[in-house]
Design a protein around this ligand. Structure first.
Ligand SMILES: Cc1ncc(COP(=O)(O)O)c(C=O)c1O
Length: 385
């Protein structure tokens, strides 16, 4: 007997097309896997060691809902040093991943029948996390213009209706590498204030940027009176995808609500993972710099290869580690990605996974050594000429 979930919003969920394709060939040694968004190298040794030490010391007990105080303080210091803000540990809720931070933020804000407005293409988990709660999604298209992705703010604001409870914005964006500028962030915040709409900002790629140290952030623009939640993660900046560690920044009063909400979701996070997080924050700047340089080199290799292929359109990413490209004549991205896998041994993510605005595009994660990216590009060439 096949049993289905009772909740209609769960019944309606579709599997992520990225996972669907990857599941057909995961672990195959003859495939170069560039479908998921993660660095190819393991977490730096000094971070791993900190977790090992904590485990050997016997740190295996329940922890506070909002996270170990030392980690919350370290996060406040990290953001103060980076953005010059006066946030305190009371503004921070540590979460078991950026994904969970997103889900918790939406649980606090979104009710059945609300609308959530999301610039798109976007990582499928953002709309799905709102849909599970019974929200309707209004996608606002990002469009390539003059070689970069752009968002038309008038279009964004016009998409907000009386039942819109939140603007959910992922910048730097997965999959396009689009990045909001400071002035645009100020206008968005003003709009949210005026219309009494919550701003949920997903900034997990804030440290993977190509022409500066960090991406423009809402963190240095919000106040205690603003309705905001900012999602962040240890996954991308410190190569900690498997650890499942992230954090939310929010007004102190909302963090007190989050303390209750976390109890009934996962209660707390394993101490050695949190201690690894403290170590990453305190000693990880060199790693972030070196990673950015490595990704920059890989991006240059992609730009060079695609520049020689007239069928390929590749709006330049300003941040994150993805090449989101279109191939002239390709209308079914899943079909193309299946061919890339079967005929060329390269695992891509189909653009359709990122919403209707992504159809016709493919995403290639270039968080790897240049040599591997060059090999993947050479193998794919027959499909691109
Ligand atoms: C835009 C975006 N937000 C959030 C996440 C969640 O990251 P994690 O759950 O690994 O912390 C990801 C991961 O790919 C992402 O691309």
């Amino acid at each position: 007997m096949v049993l289905h979930a009772n909740r209609p919003s769960v019944q309606a969920l579709q599997p992520s097309l990225i996972r669907k394709l990857a599941n057909t060939a995961i672990g195959r040694s003859d495939v170069i896997p560039l479908w998921f968004g993660e660095p190819d190298k393991p977490t730096p040794q000094f971070i791993r060691q900190a977790a090992k030490d904590a485990l050997d010391e016997g740190q295996t007990f329940y922890q506070p809902n909002l996270g170990i105080i030392k980690l919350r303080q370290a996060l406040a210091t990290y953001m103060k040093d980076l953005y010059g803000t006066e946030l305190s540990s009371e503004n921070i809720c540590v979460t078991p991943s950026g994904m969970t931070a997103l889900a918790l933020a939406l649980q606090c804000i979104v009710a059945e029948g609300d609308a959530v407005v999301i610039p798109s293409p976007v990582w499928p988990n953002l709309p799905a996390a709102a849909e599970i709660l019974g929200a309707e999604i209004a996608r606002v298209p990002l469009r390539p213009r003059c070689g970069h992705w752009r968002l038309d703010l008038d279009e964004l604001f016009a998409a907000c209706k009386p039942n819109t409870s939140a603007l959910l914005i992922n910048s730097p964006n997965n999959p396009t590498g689009w990045m909001l500028q400071d002035a645009e962030q100020r206008l968005i915040l003003d709009f949210c204030r005026e219309r009494d709409i919550w701003l949920i900002a997903d900034e997990v790629y804030s440290r993977i940027v190509y022409d500066r140290d960090y991406a423009p952030s809402f963190i240095d623009k919000v106040t205690e009176d603003d309705k905001y939640l900012i999602v962040n993660s240890f996954s991308k900046s410190w190569a900690m995808t498997g650890w499942r560690l992230g954090w939310l920044t929010a007004p102190k009063s909302l963090v007190r609500t989050l303390e209750i909400v976390t109890e009934f979701n996962y209660s707390c996070i394993f101490a050695p993972v949190q201690i690894a997080g403290i170590t990453a924050l305190q000693g990880g700047e060199e790693f972030i710099c070196a990673s950015s340089a490595r990704y920059r080199a890989a991006l240059t290799a992609v730009e060079r290869a695609f520049g020689e292929l007239p069928r390929v359109t590749f709006p330049s990413p300003q941040a994150a580690f993805y090449a989101f490209f279109a191939v002239d004549g390709v209308t079914d991205s899943y079909d193309f990605a299946e061919n890339a896998l079967r005929q060329c041994g390269v695992g891509l993510a189909p653009g359709a996974a990122f919403g209707p605005q992504g159809e016709g595009y493919l995403r290639l994660c270039f968080a790897a050594d240049v040599s591997l990216i060059e090999r993947a590009l050479a193998q794919m060439k027959p499909l691109l000429i």
